[in-house]
Ligand binder design. Structure first.
Ligand code: PNS
Length: 166
């Protein structure tokens, strides 16, 4: 039997990480030997948070979730996901899918990635209680004064309020 490590990539913009993202990363960590959380970004596009801020928020959230080993967070600029997978030695991409449009959005990307290098994508059903949570929606809610407690890690909620409410 092969002793090869089973390594998965959980890709995303993570601008910022939500509890929906975190749920998928923690579940992926239970399924694979190693998980690389890949913070993918386009330097030409300004996000709400800088890339080092995003990485630090994911690292803190993973540590607070009690996942001590097997998960690392890395940033990649202007890269194809398939090249990231090849560089880190991952055989699999893990993505969460919420009810609604996620499958329609994710399926062509999964098929394109398999077309490019053969890398497979494993979809995990998103936790139903977080089915309405996305980085863009929580930012909009915070910007206009709403409460996102229970939707993002607490330090992220504080950072969002500081950044978006000035
Ligand atoms: O959190 P997001 O914005 O939904 O994540 C999308 C992301 C970053 C995973 C996706 O845009 C991606 O894989 N980008 C890397 C560039 C790439 O490989 N594009 C072709 C995908 S078929």
């Amino acid at each position: 039997m092969s002793e090869r490590l089973r390594r998965a990539v959980c890709p995303g913009s993570y601008d910022p990480v939500t509890l929906g993202h975190l749920d998928v990363v923690v579940r992926a960590a239970a399924l694979y030997d190693e998980v690389v959380v890949a913070v993918l970004h386009n330097p030409a596009k300004q996000g709400t948070f800088t890339v080092p801020e995003r990485v630090a928020m994911v690292e803190a959230a993973v540590a607070a979730a009690g996942v001590a080993t097997g998960v690392r967070v890395e940033a990649f600029a202007d890269r194809l996901l398939v090249d990231v997978c090849r560089d880190v030695g991952a055989q699999v991409v893990v993505k969460g899918v919420r009810a609604g449009g996620d499958v329609a959005y994710e399926l062509p990307m999964a098929l394109m990635n398999r077309h490019l290098t053969g890398v497979e994508t494993v979809f995990l059903p998103g936790e139903p209680s977080l089915g309405h949570v996305s980085s863009s929606l929580v930012k909009e809610v915070v910007r206009y004064g709403g409460d996102v407690t229970g939707l993002v890690p607490e330090p992220v909620r504080g950072a969002l309020e500081e950044r978006l409410r000035g």
